[in-house]
Design a protein around this ligand. Structure first.
Ligand SMILES: NC(=O)c1ccc[n+]([C@@H]2O[C@H](COP(=O)([O-])OP(=O)(O)OC[C@H]3O[C@@H](n4cnc5c(N)ncnc54)[C@H](O)[C@@H]3O)[C@@H](O)[C@H]2O)c1
Length: 336
């Protein structure tokens, strides 16, 4: 069995999940290094048995015999780190989005291609067992020709305003997962985006130029549609539902709950709340996406989610932003 030496950048919310998976779940992987600008993250690396903790990317890339780098630092660092990693010949996993500028993403993707390294984007929801099953039902024709995709994606609470400031905003930080899901589940390309956005949860979010609530209609090349609704706060937990309606039926993935029992009494019916947030809801997907990244590295096969997927979802996000600003449908061809 080939051993892969990997390193990780950024040990925050998502970095800790990937680090834990990488250290525990794949016998062919050794995490040889971790990098974070915060010295306090040293302890996290040490607790996972990672030998080298460094605070610059150059030191990390300089670790001997490193095969690949998993990038989980804030969005505004991704493009530079991917570029550095690619130029030093490392295989790359990068959290979404790759960057907030289409030009910069295209520039970085050209470098990745020129260097001949693999790049996988962290659209983890494609690896969720429920959503994978819906995709299978679409592909095997169980629901006929898909006509409408519906995605509900609401967070239990907004992230800190400091996070939002560099996140790219609701469309590029949060809904970008849904744009990727719409493309994945339908297997189609989006041609037009019509979005509405508002600040209904917290005025502080509006003060940093963001929105916290949105409704989006995507039109695919063949005039079929996806309807997405997002909110940064759902008081009952993480609301993640998917439905595909087609000519022969409908496939639905409901929320996941901590348990499935219900209590019926004379005052009503009660059940558990949806699993609270991404850490709880998408645990299996993070594990499986890293499994498939490693398989692609070991087998030398195509990455299951590639740079072009990152580029297209970003283009949809930018079209959604423009649509809200100009209060009109925006074609992807205006953005690309
Ligand atoms: N796929 C998913 O489900 C998912 C979930 C959450 C976040 N994300 C993405 O992951 C990225 C990180 O998000 P997060 O929620 O973990 O953020 P976070 O703020 O919790 O963690 C970021 C970490 O990076 C470190 N850091 C800051 N600047 C750095 C730099 N210049 N170099 C290296 N490390 C640096 C911070 O000290 C912190 O430890 C974002 O791009 C976000 O969009 C993806």
């Amino acid at each position: 069995m080939k051993t892969l030496k990997l390193a990780i950048v950024g040990l925050g919310r998502i970095g800790k999940i990937h680090l834990k998976n990488l250290c525990r779940n794949y016998p062919e992987v050794i995490v040889v290094g971790a990098m974070d600008v915060l010295d306090a993250s040293r302890r996290i690396a040490e607790e996972s048995g990672v030998r080298h903790f460094v605070q610059t990317m150059d030191e990390l890339i300089g670790l001997p015999d490193l095969d690949g780098i998993v990038i989980c630092s804030p969005t505004n660092t991704h493009a530079d780190y991917v570029e550095k990693a690619a130029k030093s010949g490392k295989q790359i996993f990068c959290e979404k989005p790759l960057d907030l500028s289409l030009d910069r993403v295209q520039e970085v993707l050209a470098i990745v291609e020129e260097m001949g390294v693999g790049l996988m984007l962290g659209f983890n929801r494609r690896f969720d067992p429920e959503f994978k099953r819906i995709r299978e039902l679409v592909v095997n024709g169980s629901i006929g020709d898909p006509q409408i995709v519906r995605i509900t994606s609401r967070d239990p609470e907004p992230p800190p305003v400091e996070y939002l400031r560099v996140s790219g905003g609701l469309f590029l930080d949060m809904a970008i997962h849904d744009f990727d899901m719409a493309r994945y589940i339908s297997g189609k390309q989006v041609k037009e985006v019509y979005a509405k956005g508002a600040v209904l949860v917290d005025p502080e979010i509006g003060k940093v130029g963001d929105i916290d609530t949105a409704s989006i209609i995507l039109t695919f090349e063949d005039d079929t549609m996806a309807i997405i609704d997002n909110c940064r706060r759902a008081v009952y937990g993480y609301d993640q539902r998917l439905e595909v309606f087609g000519s022969k039926g409908m496939a639905q993935a409901e929320n996941n709950f901590a348990n499935n029992h219900r209590l019926y009494t004379e005052s009503g019916v009660s059940s558990a709340l949806p699993l609270h947030f991404f850490l709880e809801r998408y645990g299996a997907s993070y594990h499986q996406e890293m499994r498939e990244f490693i398989d692609a590295l070991v087998g030398g096969t195509k990455m299951p989610v590639d740079g072009n997927d990152g580029l297209m979802s970003l283009a949809i996000g930018l079209a959604a932003k423009k649509s809200v600003e100009e209060n009109r449908p925006v074609r992807i061809s205006e953005i690309m």
